[in-house]
Every structure is written in structure tokens, then in C-alpha cells.
Write a protein that binds this ligand. Structure first.
Ligand SMILES: [Zn+2]
Length: 245
């Protein structure tokens, strides 16, 4: 049986001499894994369209145990990402997040749009890298059921007035009166984080944060994500190493 769909290639791994297995994020079927026979050998449009970070139109053969790429035509290659190692490693981290958090055999339109929008803005420098990283981390957590509890103080249930404290281990906030733990954040950071978690998709990127606040929010979102997902993200480690150098 054949099926067709558009999808973003998240990763590719060599199998034997000439085959690869690719992991694709699709709108209708979520994560799809498929063999791409001979793709390494042949200089074909299919070869280009099955590279990581290519958004392509795929036709898959569905076998009994595995899928095979029957055809692939690239729609968007995000080619310029490959000229900049920082952008490339951040883009790879976006893909790692999708591999980890997007569903299989389920509609994944929200995930696909999120990653494609972030890649588009990254390559075209529409937003700062740290901004995109913050947005994709918090939004992916939200989509996959790990939304931080930002609505009210986790102890007294009240709306915090004045200072707010964010607890990365429990992924929640506290008011100044209760504060059993956590790091102080400004109202602006809280509002931005709430926006990322709850805004409709078309308004997701429409907010601003001052540089210091952006840095703080991004640090919290990264630690929150690592705590919640218990996964290793090699591209993130590499990206952070590049930033330190
Ligand atoms: Zn409280």
C-alpha cells in the first residue's frame, strides 16, 4: 500500500552499504520512519529530498514491518542553514525535540508548523536564536502534555502579586508569600511564558522581551525541558558549547 504526505526530515542514519533510514515529521501521521533504498548511491532528486532538514513531498510504500520511500520531491531545503554552524546546530536541536516529543501515527500538524516556522525564522533571521529556542522549547512541552503550571501559585492557588518564583524542577510558579523554592522572575517573563504556552498558533511569535529577560526565560525553559523529558540532546550540547567559545 502507498501513502503520500508532506514532511520534514528530522534525521537520517546509514544502514549497511547504501541504505538509509530516515525519520520524518508529517502532518497526518506524526513521526514516520522509512528506508530510503540506494539513496546514498544515486544522484537523484530523491537523494536531496531525503536529507535532514528538507521539507519534502513523500510517497511511502507501507510494508508489513517497515516503510520505504517510493518517491520524494523537495519543497523547501533550508539550504542556507548549512552555511552557519550555530544556526545548523540549533536547527538540529529543533529536530531532536520533534523526534523526542512528537507523536507517532497521530495528526501532528501543530508540531510540524512549529518546527517549520522556527526553521524559517532562523534561516531568515526574523527572530533572535535565543527567542526561537525559548519558543520551541516551551511550546513543544505544551503540545506534548508537559506544559509548565504558570496559571497560579502551586501552593496557595492565588495569582502571585509582585514577585513570582519559577521552580524548574516541578515546572510551576509560587508567590512571594509561599515561595518554598524557585528563582525570581519578573512579571514580563511570566507573561511571555504564559503567552508561549497558550497563544493561538498565528500569534505565537508576537511578543517581546528585553535581552536580560529573554536570557533568563531561555535558561529556565531549557532546564525545565531537560527535567521534564529526561532525554539527551546532542545538538543542544554542541550548540551551547559553540556559544561558550
Ligand atoms: Zn502562594
Amino acid at each position: 500500500m502507498k501513502f503520500s504526505t508532506d514532511g520534514l526530515v528530522l534525521k537520517s542514519a546509514d544502514v549497511g552499504e547504501s541504505d538509509r533510514i530516515i525519520t520524518v515529521l508529517t502532518k497526518e501521521y506524526g513521526i514516520v520512519r522509512a528506508f530510503s533504498n540506494g539513496a546514498k548511491k544515486l544522484r537523484s532528486p530523491k537523494q536531496g529530498a531525503t536529507q535532514p532538514l528538507c521539507y519534502s513531498h513523500f510517497t511511502f510504500f507501507q510494508g508489513r514491518d517497515s516503510n520505504t520511500v517510493a518517491d520524494a520531491q523537495s519543497i523547501e531545503t533550508f539550504f542556507r542553514l548549512r552555511d552557519d554552524i550555530e544556526k545548523l546546530s540549533l536547527a538540529q536541536y529543533f529536530c531532536e525535540l520533534a523526534v523526542e516529543l512528537a507523536p507517532e501515527n497521530e495528526w501532528a500538524d501543530d508540531y510540524l508548523k512549529l518546527v517549520l516556522n522556527c526553521l524559517y525564522m532562523l534561516v531568515n533571521e526574523k527572530r533572535q536564536q535565543i527567542f526561537l529556542k525559548l519558543v520551541i522549547e516551551l511550546r513543544m512541552l505544551t503540545l506534548s502534555g508537559y506544559m509548565p503550571a504558570l496559571g497560579e501559585c502551586a501552593v496557595c492557588g492565588g495569582e502571585p502579586e509582585g514577585d513570582v518564583f519559577f521552580d524548574v524542577h516541578n515546572s510551576c510558579i509560587y508567590c512571594a508569600g509561599c515561595r518554598p523554592a524557585g528563582e525570581r522572575i519578573t512579571r514580563g517573563i511570566l507573561n511571555a511564558m504564559r503567552h508561549i504556552c497558550t497563544a493561538p498558533a498565528e500569534k505565537l511569535f508576537s511578543f517581546e522581551l528585553a535581552p536580560e529577560s529573554l536570557k533568563k526565560a531561555a535558561s529556565l525553559s531549557e532546564r525545565c525541558l531537560l527535567n521534564q523529558t529526561h532525554a539527551n540532546y546532542r545538538a543542544l550540547d554542541f550548540y551551547n558549547k559553540l556559544l561558550r567559545e
